[in-house]
Design a protein. Sequence first.
Length: 446
Amino acid sequence: MASIRKRGNTYQITVSNGRDATGKQILETATFTPDPNRTEKQNQKALEQFAVEFERDVKDGQNVKGRRMTLKTLSDLFLEDNKPGENSDSTMSITTWSEYRRSLQKRILPQIGHFKISDITVKTMKDYGKTMRADGSRQDGKSGGLSESTITKDYATVSSILSYAVGEGLLTLNSLIYAGKQAKGHKIKREYKVQYLTVEQTQAFLWALDHPITVNYPARQRKDRNGNVYTVAAYSQEWKLSLKWRTYFYLSLFVGDRRGENVSLKWNDINLNTGEVHIKESTAYVDKQIYHKETKTYQSRTAVIPGIVISILKQWKVEQMKRSVEYGSYWVGYRGNEFEKNYIFTQDTGKQMHPDSPYTQFKRIIRIYNDNAALDDAHRIPDNIRPHDLRHTAASILIANNMDPRSVAGVLGHANASTTLDIYSYFFQTKNQEAANIMQQVLANS
């Protein structure tokens, strides 16, 4: 029989669940909180029913601890068990793990962290979505609610944690996966849209990489140390991108790799005779720390670069070798016979380039070109483009020139062609007119 003991405004129910290996009695406990809107007689009846059901669950061998566990407690276990590290069995990347933790801490747990995991249903997440879409739910101070993509990711995060609970024996099933799925069928995905440069914009970007640009500085007033105001006359200055950054963006565009993969390349990953580039690892910056990890799909691949990129790489290698000698003890990278072990893209000391550095330099190139070299607004490079969009640009050019999805997937390092089709479906759709012309030529004109 379950024992019931009053503790302040609640009741503690205790049930014996046998004995452990040492002979010590195992006691399972649960707490019942009376409903203030019910009468004393109604609460007493609910208490007795709660005690009977709790005892039955314990005797039936159900994991009562899991049923009482909150999402906050479960998420702590989930993050601890899946944290990547040298001695960890987790297959989760550090960036994915960090994204899970960030979304939990910032949004999910403040809203539903107090929910018992057995009480989280599809309705729970629908209510969460409504709250997050409401104006004022953003933490960056901007108006409006969260984007649909962010809400969908949060939904997936909670679902992953509940699946983890099932695997640990804390839940019988993940209600977010099975609830109503057969009846409703699959939800149609929204079309994935990416940003990319047109061929003309890409040519303009490459021009900015290769040519000096005259930068005009307007007259302005300054103050000296004594607070006296003086005027600096207008002047012009020639700006030219360094060879290191010219090499970086040429390689990034022509290979179409990810930023973390590009900064991870070493000289022994590239064959400057054949143009083969072996991509086998990536670099991430998480929680103010640099992490070296496998590629996003956990697979290595080989790309081939044209002669123009090989030529630029050779020039940069010669300059980097000179620096390694001239900088003396300031250079922390490799020298001599071991030079091939150096990262291709480094800081001045020879240390690996920071993964965030390309973004700042990329924006600077576009700003200087648009303000000083673009003929008019029609010839400007979009200022909302990101370094990662060079990867999308490479994909668009390959697809526009009739490369099939499987081959594009191999170049970009996608796990399968379906990923390529999902992301770049728009590019393939634009070839519908070409398909119509072919059908007309082959059939109608015959």
